[in-house]
Design a protein around this ligand. Sequence first.
Ligand code: GLN
Length: 481
Amino acid sequence: MPGKIAEYSELLRSGKISSTELTKAYLDEISASNPKYNAFVSVDPDRALKAAAKADKAIKNGEGGLLTGIPYGVKDNIAEKGVVTDCCSKILENYRPTYNAAVIEKLNAGYAVPLGKNNMDEFAMGSSTETSVYGAALNPVNTSFVPGGSSGGGAAAVRAGMATFALGSDTGGSIRQPAAFTGIVGLKPTYGAVSRYGLIAYGSSLDQIGPMTTSVEDAAVVFDAISGSDKRDMTSSPLSSPVSDKLTGDVKKMRIGYPKEYFEGIDPEVKSIVESAFSFYEKAGATIKEVSVPALKSALPAYYIIACAEASSNLGRYDGIRYGIRASDYDDVNDMIMKTRSMGFGKEVKRRIMLGTYVLSAGYFDAYYKQALRVRESVSEAMRDLFASVDALLTPVAPTTAFPLNYTSENMIETYMSDFCTVPVNIAGLPAVSLPAGTAKSGLPVGMQIIGAKFREDVILNAALAYEADHPVKTDMGVRI
Ligand code: GLN
């Protein structure tokens, strides 16, 4: 895998390489590898090289920071001014935002180098990156398998060494599960830690942008660069603080919870690899405590009700008038909206809009939506209580390794169910990191998840750093400088 951000930054600062050279190396790698993995859906070499030239100038003037001159990928649902950002959906074909997302503003201000847009499930609804209008992304570890989803393109790009890092979004696991399936690191920040301004909404009360990287240290660096409060996102919070300088890798005295509900229904090989991580932490001086969150079992149905309800409302804006495409033959405005939405949205998006509309409709609102909000409250409360007696929870990320291609379309319910380890974190607004735990006999990566209390990204990344130092991931893919 390519170097870490800090290593590249050092090479850039010392003048051993320029950002232009580094960016060209990444663009060459994309030309060579992207046809195999379909991780990027658009790449703009001119824009990247212009940004690299700016970064080189900044470095000469002693400006910028750790991300100056570093090439990265952006999920196709994060707005970049003038750059097609279509959520991998037909309905937003050729949509070019007129403004930058808050995270892009921050990365631009630090002279990072955007390479292009990463593939994703349409509107971030999915777990395999197969519902993209651009076709499926493939897992670089083994191309008979998916890279996970919905941020599967970013995960594949990072794993294959086509980007130093990628920005993903996580509504119910979309950063963590692809990270686990491809053997990289993914951080879902605390709800409110990173501005959602410019993130095309799926489930607004659950969505968070976060980094996908090859190392824990890089995840911390990117988190520090993109986090912070923002007036334009009313749910953004001033409580988050930088984490990079707090990471020591020392887990002595750390209290780690083993939440037993998370280990039920997990593939035996995945289970035993994740469970062996507890022995590592114990040896490193942490205390392990078995804990129980009975409310957890209801988190999955609550998630799908809330996420679909919010999606049905958020996606109401795609009416053929304000954004994207419009059907050509129609009788009146209603017919136009109906035809545009019928041809513009894919099957899975339509299914979720219908489910969401159903649970919000009169007569069902109390039975489904209100009930889901109650479950949400009880999961959040149970989690809050838990973090009084433990510092972190250690769990699997997904019950299996990566799905084979075409599995999800034929096994929709099983695919929804496979989110049960990741969605409670979004329901409760907590931070969680997914990192490589080991490798299955098939050669596919197995991930593990460390969940923390709100705004304690430092605690979970510190625990992740300790494990990573002892279990390095080796690969020969990608750019080498
Ligand atoms: N797999 C989940 C879903 O389909 C998560 C999606 C996400 O986090 N964007 O809803």
